[in-house]
Design a protein around this ligand. Structure first.
Ligand SMILES: Nc1ncnc2c1ncn2[C@@H]1O[C@H](COP(=O)(O)OP(=O)(O)O)[C@@H](O)[C@H]1O
Ligand SMILES: [Mg+2]
Length: 269
């Protein structure tokens, strides 16, 4: 009888462990878990055993020197690149082998560092496609004005090579705001928007954070973007060097020991 009980216990032990683990992560509001992610190309280790837990409803800013692996990490979360090893868990589901489309469907949205052009589609078409249903003109206009574009001028414009990099970037941000993903990733959104008031970009992110049910992950070197984060992740040479609350990480980034990092990597505007 004792033997039978022990064997029954060990058989169910792993299920019990799994259940406890999954209910714990649910309780903590965990959205994304990266487990031991490794990624190499051309004999170069780009990401070295990345372990990260991202909570729900958070504004997370990823920062770090150029070439440290930030964009690669974003591409791995999005499914554009496949890790050599490791697991990606999104809302308790193993999505390591999910395609980009499957990840988009379960709520992961992404803005490229270089904006994409869509020949033949208008700005309104793109906002509509992103939001997943036909959007009222007034709602589309509101989203456009949030990103600093005059709706009357842009709503029916084709998204082609005639638009500047800054305009494309803003349209892409408007699409992501309309999409309302559970996790929205922006790779250096400040790049190429010099002409547009930087304040607008900050308030778009703050509005998204207030109204969105989900987390926003921004890769940035901008001090003002670091300042609106709940949590900051510092990536350096393919490893997570620091991850914690803004209040804990910012003083570290700006400390005397890190002057070289601050001068090289953080841009103040
Ligand atoms: N597909 C790839 N093939 C070869 N090298 C790559 C590839 N993707 C990224 N890298 C290299 O990996 C390093 C990290 O790149 P990246 O993730 O773009 O850095 P970051 O976004 O932090 O500036 C760089 O040295 C880059 O050249
Ligand atoms: Mg990058």
């Amino acid at each position: 009888m004792v033997k039978y009980t022990i064997s029954l216990f060990s058989r169910y032990n792993k299920y019990i462990k799994k259940y406890i683990e999954s209910s714990l992560s649910r309780k903590e509001g965990r959205m994304l878990e990266l487990k031991e992610i490794c990624f190499s190309r051309d004999n170069k280790k780009i990401l070295k055993n990345i372990n990260l837990n991202i909570d729900d409803n958070k504004m997370i800013v990823i920062t770090g020197p150029n070439g440290s692996g930030k964009s690669t990490l974003a591409k791995i979360i999005m499914g554009i690149e496949k890790p050599d090893s490791g697991k990606i868990i999104f809302n308790q589901k193993d999505i390591t082998n999910f395609s980009i489309t499957e990840r988009a469907k379960i709520g992961i949205g992404f803005a490229f560092q270089q904006p994409v052009k869509f020949k033949g589609l208008t700005v309104k078409d793109l906002i509509e496609i992103s939001s997943g249903n036909s959007i009222k003109v007034c709602d589309a206009c509101e989203i456009l004005s949030d990103v600093g574009l005059c709706a009357q001028e842009y709503l029916n414009r084709e998204v082609n090579g005639e638009l500047s990099g800054g305009e494309l970037k803003r349209i892409e941000i408007a699409m992501l705001a309309a999409k309302q993903s559970r996790l929205t990733i922006f790779d250096e959104p400040e790049a190429g928007i010099d002409l547009w008031s930087f304040n607008n970009l900050i308030s778009v992110f703050e509005n998204m954070h207030d109204n969105l049910k989900g987390s926003i992950m921004i890769i940035s070197h901008q001090e003002r973007i670091l300042n609106i984060a709940d949590d900051i992740i510092l990536i350096s040479d393919g490893v997570v060097q620091k991850h914690g609350k803004k209040e804990e990480i910012l003083p570290y980034l700006f400390s005397k020991d890190n002057l070289c990092y601050k001068n090289k990597c953080i841009q103040s505007s």
